[in-house]
Design a protein around this ligand. Structure first.
Ligand code: SF4
Ligand code: SF4
Length: 284
């Protein structure tokens, strides 16, 4: 049987590379399974560009991007990590150079996004702007969907926010796409798969009984619900309490930290001060 390959181009804009690090730490499947094995029989990802982990550099790797754009139209998946700086024509974020000309991340996301089968925005920065787009945002950072709307690009976008994203949110999304096609993904009105972002953190939190009884922690390290210490679990849609992080070992509230609603478009400006109580209306 011939294996069908899905080339993946992974571009990095304004961010900390934390989403790549999170994915590289995936346990099941491991990153090598994701990249080298047939995750679904007969179907395989083929990572052709990722600045952090690829060995190539210079113009030859920029040619890989140009080749995909021209010769693989509608046949590759574009993954974007990090926000897109758009001020002054995008000059605050660069992918590289070609023939002495700077190629900006803004230009690359727009050109490659226009011709992609699908675009996946990984992490809150790529999905909604995140920390790079926080006030005063001098580089006018934006999320992928905002850029696509401005540039009238209608390629479908799947948002996988999180600061960073959970590796299984990526591997799970890719698995659904390979098994059943992108149309099988049920998305919420922020283009997030409901499989991972369908329920409030607060609904499944083990400290929920304390919240209902009015037993609130007064300082970090106390037992009880963390609402008074700034927990935004009542606003955050993610399966962190059920899935947990680091291969099911721990997660924010279990580790004693309030949930900061890092998966929401209001993070971080409207979810701040991070360690002060904010109601739903304060954040919205
Ligand atoms: S700790 Fe946060 S998520 Fe858990 S019950 Fe309290 S407010 Fe809700
Ligand atoms: S618990 Fe809240 S802050 Fe922590 S990863 Fe999940 S959504 Fe983000």
């Amino acid at each position: 049987m011939v294996t069908k390959q899905y080339p993946v181009i992974w571009l990095q804009g304004a961010g900390c590379t934390g989403c790549s690090v999170s994915l590289l730490n995936a346990v099941s499947p491991r990153i090598q399974n994701l990249l080298l094995d047939e995750l679904v029989p007969g179907q395989q990802l083929s990572l052709i560009f990722h600045a952090t982990i690829m060995a190539g550099q210079g113009e030859p790797v920029i040619r890989v991007l140009k080749d995909a754009q021209q010769n693989r139209k509608g046949g590759y998946i574009l993954v974007v990590e990090g926000a897109i700086p758009t001020a002054e024509g995008g000059r605050y974020g660069s992918v590289g150079e070609m023939d002495g000309q700077e190629i900006t991340i803004k230009q690359s996301v727009a050109e490659l996004g226009r011709n992609a089968l699908l675009t996946i925005a990984v992490g809150t920065c790529a999905a909604f702007g995140g920390i790079p787009a926080a006030k005063p945002n001098p580089t006018l950072c934006k999320g992928v969907k905002d850029l696509f709307n401005e540039e009238r690009i209608d390629t479908p976008v799947v948002n996988l926010p999180g600061c960073p994203l959970h590796p299984e949110w990526f591997t799970g999304t890719i698995s659904v796409i390979l098994f059943s096609g992108a149309d099988a993904l049920q998305l919420d009105d922020l283009a997030r798969p409901t499989l991972f972002y369908g329920k409030l953190v607060h609904e499944n939190c083990p400290r929920r009984a304390d919240f209902d009884k009015g037993k609130f922690a007064q300082k970090l390290g106390d037992p009880g619900c963390l609402y008074q210490l700034g927990c935004k679990g009542h606003y955050a849609n993610a399966d962190c309490p059920l899935r947990q992080w680091n291969n099911g070992l721990n997660w924010c509230v279990k580790a004693g930290s309030p949930c900061l609603a890092c998966v929401e478009p209001e993070f971080p400006d409207n979810t701040s001060p991070l360690y002060e109580k904010l109601t739903f209306e304060d954040i919205k």
